[in-house]
Write a protein that binds this ligand. Structure first.
Ligand code: ADP
Ligand code: ADP
Length: 228
């Protein structure tokens, strides 16, 4: 579960990106975060995986007060979260298999378990047959599928995605959404910032609209609500 109480974020340059947010997201929800460019969506999401720390207020992720996590403990905290980025952020010199296995190797999981689990998640994203390839040998959609496989390999309760279809064509974007749907159907909470109007208006979920650092709208099965 995710909870924000009276959260503000002011960057060192004086910009207030988040200007008083209270929100609660329950386990198993699928939430779209929408809003104009510069509204604060990325900042809102980055605070959830502790890429940014709030200036004031409390953010609780699965019972952990994110602001209180020491820098040294951030990697441990992130193990219980999946994060998916617009630009994939795969390790370019590692194969598909190695990119996904990496998160399990750092926690020193049993080699047998690693193999089984990596093939299981590659199967879920339909990329078992490309396990030996390098990211540069894959299409954008395939790279994003690898990054989704990597995000769930540790079985996190929450997956956070920042514009995951932002670099993909419409058809590939639908494929990626189907994978997120499947992950959500298995009980994982999904928080996804997106500018994809058609997806938000077709695959209905809760919509949180952020404008000028505040929640302007919070609707179950909401619409995208902007022209673009
Ligand atoms: P969105 O994701 O909705 O486009 P952001 O959270 O990226 O919005 O940005 C919100 C505001 O904070 C913008 O005015 C942006 O310029 C500013 N901002 C974002 N990141 C930083 C940063 N690291 N330092 C200073 N200002 C930032
Ligand atoms: P495009 O031809 O724009 O690349 P598609 O052929 O993938 O896109 O899809 C055509 C339309 O069918 C989409 O614009 C959308 O309205 C609908 N659609 C496709 N996939 C899905 C899906 N998984 N869930 C809901 N609607 C879908």
């Amino acid at each position: 579960m995710i909870e924000m109480q009276d959260v503000f974020k002011k960057y060192p340059n004086g910009v207030t990106a988040i200007n008083g947010i209270d929100v609660r997201i329950n386990q198993g929800e699928f939430v779209y975060v929408v809003g104009p460019s510069g509204a604060g969506k990325s900042t809102f999401i980055k605070m959830m995986y502790r890429e940014e720390v709030p200036t004031s207020g409390t953010i609780t992720m699965n019972g952990v007060n994110v602001a209180k996590i020491k820098n040294k403990k951030v990697p441990i905290f992130r193990r219980n979260l999946g994060v998916v980025f617009q630009d994939f952020k795969l390790l370019p010199t590692k194969t598909v298999y190695e990119n996904v296995a990496f998160a399990l190797e750092v926690i020193e999981a049993q080699p047998k378990f690693i193999k089984k689990r990596v093939m299981e998640v590659l199967d879920l994203v339909n990329l078992k047959h490309k396990a030996r390839m390098l990211p540069t040998e894959l299409s954008g959609g395939e790279q994003q599928r690898v990054s989704i496989a990597r995000s769930i390999v540790n079985s996190p309760k929450i997956v956070i995605a920042d514009e995951p279809t932002g670099n993909l064509d419409p058809e590939t974007s639908w494929e990626i959404m189907n994978i997120f749907e499947e992950i959500n159907n298995r009980g994982t909470t999904i928080v996804m910032a997106t500018h994809n109007r058609e997806i938000v208006n077709t695959i209905k979920h809760r919509v949180i609209a952020i404008e000028a650092g505040k929640i302007a709208r919070d609707e179950q099965r909401g619409d995208y609500g902007y022209e673009n």
